[in-house]
Design a protein around this ligand. Structure first.
Ligand code: IMP
Length: 191
């Protein structure tokens, strides 16, 4: 099956390509010749994911999916959550977002957090949603160079390394995105 993945984030493309079956052909927006920055204006991951996949399906008529991910920190009442990409401003700087997060957590003992991914899949215009969660904590200082976003300050439960200190295969043993994609693949295989 051929599916457009409605994202401009190459890290997400690489991660998802590393876990999908060979019989699923993933086409990026760039490969589909679509050059747009799809807005994420809503207050929930679900609405943003739905909005992105619907935009691309309406433009192309091709089956597609999108995902929206947020980091939810318990002692910050779930922040940055759905605002994870623009936590420190509209330029979406990974470093500035991390600096803001670490400063808001300064002095707090509860650093528990989770990544949550919601995928919206549109097959013939009909939507199915999938969710993946990775529990863990936000550490005090950045560690590691791999990955993207908040990876340098997040250690998943059961690991000492941050996501940014892991290979993609190691991150996949814990990853929210991998869990959501596995559900999507199982659903497609059941069709
Ligand atoms: P979005 O799903 O593209 O809106 O992503 C929201 C923000 O969450 C991104 O800017 C990243 O900073 C962060 N993010 C999403 N997925 C991950 C991940 O797997 N690791 C670390 N940060 C992530």
């Amino acid at each position: 099956m051929k599916l457009i993945f409605a994202t401009n984030n190459q890290h997400k493309v690489d991660e998802i390509r590393s876990v999908i079956d060979k019989n699923l052909e993933l086409i990026t927006l760039q490969e589909a010749g679509i050059d747009i920055d799809i807005p994420e204006p809503y207050d929930t991951l679900k609405e943003n994911a739905s909005g992105k996949s619907r935009t691309i399906f309406d433009m192309t008529g091709i089956n597609c999916f999108s995902e929206d991910t947020g980091l939810e920190v318990d002692s910050l009442d779930g922040e940055p959550g759905v605002k994870s990409a623009r936590y420190a401003g509209d330029d979406r700087s990974f470093n500035a977002n991390i600096e803001k997060l670490l400063s808001k957590l300064s002095g707090k003992t509860d650093r528990s957090a989770r990544f949550r991914t919601v995928i919206s899949l549109l097959i013939d215009g009909r939507e199915t949603l999938f969710e993946g969660i990775c529990e863990g904590r936000v550490i005090e200082e950045k560690r590691g160079e791999q990955g993207f976003g908040y990876d340098p300050v997040f250690t998943p439960a059961g690991a000492d390394k941050t996501f940014a200190e892991m290979t993609m295969q190691e991150k996949n043993q814990f990853s929210h995105r991998k869990k959501a994609v596995e559900k999507l693949v199982a659903f497609l295989n059941s069709l």
